[in-house]
Write a new protein. Sequence first.
Length: 329
Amino acid sequence: MESVPGLESMEDRRKKKIVCQYTKFQHLANHPMCKLITNNPRKRLKRANFTASAQQIHKSLELPDLRPDTPLQSSIDWPPWNQQSQIEIVKDIDGVTSKKSMIKRELHCLTKNMLDKKYPSNYWIRAFHRWISLRGNARSVLDALESTKCLEVNALAQAITTLSLTASKLVLQWIPGHVDIFGNDVADQLAKEGGMMEQIQHNHSYNGAKTLINSALDCHWRQEHPQHNSKDAIHKLSRAEQVTICRLRTGHNRLKHHLFSRFRIGDGPNCPCGANRQDAQHVPQDCPLLDDARLKYWPEPREMNQKLCGSALQLGITAEFIYAPDLTI
Ligand SMILES: [Zn+2]
């Protein structure tokens, strides 16, 4: 049933919680649980325990060693260039609202104009960077640089501070990727090549370890649910509409047939129209009591498959049809 909405099972959530908590204890060197899970357990009757379960899940997900190589870093004065005013972080460009809603040409022109106007090449040295981070895109790295809590970018912040000592002013300016800005495209290509090389640093922060755990569980889930369709139109619907369509698709709903056959709730599986089962096929497709509503929503006859697995528009109509006769689905 998890395949339709793309949800984790309770078992997967339990696994994630155990292995995340185990990894967290490994990172907290002064926590009593850290000593407990690191030392060899005393010999005693075999029974399920936290350490054994976590290690078993860790092994089954084929996760790398997530123990921290170095003790947890403490926060440095943040941001380290606070006393120096010559570093500025700019995370937007005038006119650029959302990358998704704008075409590439438009983004290219706005970015190029901004660079030429604000940072003319006869006064500025432009250095293009593509920051690869477990945190996501370059903007989130800039957010992390401003944050007082994020320790993952300590080294980067220190490097920027050192660099700033050699310049009269340093600006970290975000620009959108893949919009044909020459230096940026080269940086992208080099980052891609670098990402494919063997990574020799295995210093996992707790957040990095959590990302690896999530991604391993996600990969495992995809293997277990090959029929899941991430492009399913159901993901474009509102939450309420998704619930309705999901209940119709899976048959786990509050129509009389399911309630009676599964839980013995109600006076029987029959529909008030006399049909011998009120279920997810009968209500949208066959019930004569709903003929008027059906004609209103679907003037042309539609196959059941289109009503439940069609486009977002079709699915929206199906959900609206179900609300209209005041049924409890
Ligand atoms: Zn009926």
